[in-house]
Design a protein around this ligand. Structure first.
Ligand code: HEC
Ligand code: HEC
Length: 211
């Protein structure tokens, strides 16, 4: 009787041990998959997600709103936002991987890369905080926040690369809102169109320095 009971207990322990081992293997596969994807993102977006001045400016993802990251990856995938590089990248990501990557980047907080023409940022601050009523440009701060950190589907602009922001605002409707359905990009379209090139450069310089 005693022997049988000990045998049962021993068997149960082994089963538990086997189950734990199986769990660990699954966990490390998932972890390995995540690490591999993350390293891939960082080859372009920088080791701390700070962005990178390459042949194209690679945008900062550090501190970015997870909801915005998810929206943009879906937009690249569905080609509502056209970018050949990111369409391929987004193609290989599962929804749970997207959430995990977005949470990781949100938590990073490196210094802004800098490099914007400083002389422009005074005008940029005025546009950012007060808008340009004479040209129908609302205050950016009303949506993106005074600190430029954004909120849910409204992106963080603080610390974003100057050249990237200039590029986005100058080419808004060439890349975004390409689908038949209206998406979140429509909110920004009139504002992007109503800014002159000089105003775009000023506001891009200002937000690039925000932390
Ligand atoms: C080969 C380089 C490359 C790799 C690898 C890459 N990206 Fe990108 N990514 C870019 C470029 C370039 C852009 C800017 C596209 C544009 O100009 O519209 C971008 C844009 C983005 C944006 C939009 C940012 C914004 O502010 O609107 C997100 C989100 C993003 N990438 C996430 C990722 C994630 C997550 C990974 C890893 C799974 C990744 N990227 C891997 C080059 C890359
Ligand atoms: C009514 C709210 C609203 C106002 C006002 C607004 N934005 Fe936006 N902005 C958004 C939303 C929403 C998005 C995300 C668009 C998308 O999903 O494609 C966005 C996106 C952007 C992007 C793209 C960021 C990236 O990482 O690619 C830039 C740059 C930007 N806004 C700059 C500005 C500037 C500069 C102003 C002021 C002149 C401004 N915005 C005013 C709502 C607003």
């Amino acid at each position: 009787m005693r022997g049988i009971r000990l045998g049962l207990i021993g068997g149960a322990t082994m089963l538990v041990a086997a189950a734990v081992a199986a769990d660990r293997t699954q966990e490390s596969v998932a972890r390995g998959g995540f690490e591999a994807k993350l390293q891939y993102c960082k080859t372009c977006h920088g080791l701390s997600g700070q962005g990178y001045y390459g042949y194209f400016p690679m945008p900062r993802l550090a501190g970015q709103q997870p909801q915005y990251i998810e929206n943009q990856l879906r937009a690249f995938l569905e080609r509502r936002r056209t970018n050949p590089i990111m369409a391929n990248v987004a193609h290989a990501l599962s929804p749970s991987m997207i959430s995990a990557l977005a949470a990781h980047f949100q938590a990073l907080d490196p210094k802004p890369l800098g490099g914007a023409p400083r002389a422009l940022s005074g005008l940029g601050k005025r546009i950012y905080e007060d808008g340009l009523p004479e040209s129908n440009v609302p205050a950016c701060a009303a949506c993106h926040g005074l600190d430029g950190r954004g909120h849910s589907e409204i992106p963080r602009l603080a610390g974003q690369l100057y050249a990237y922001t200039v590029g986005q605002l100058s080419g808004w409707s060439k890349a975004r809102g390409q689908g038949t359905a209206v998406d979140t990009s429509a909110v920004m379209a009139p504002t992007a169109h109503n800014l002159t090139r000089a105003q775009v450069e000023a506001v891009a310089a200002y937000v690039s320095e925000l932390r």
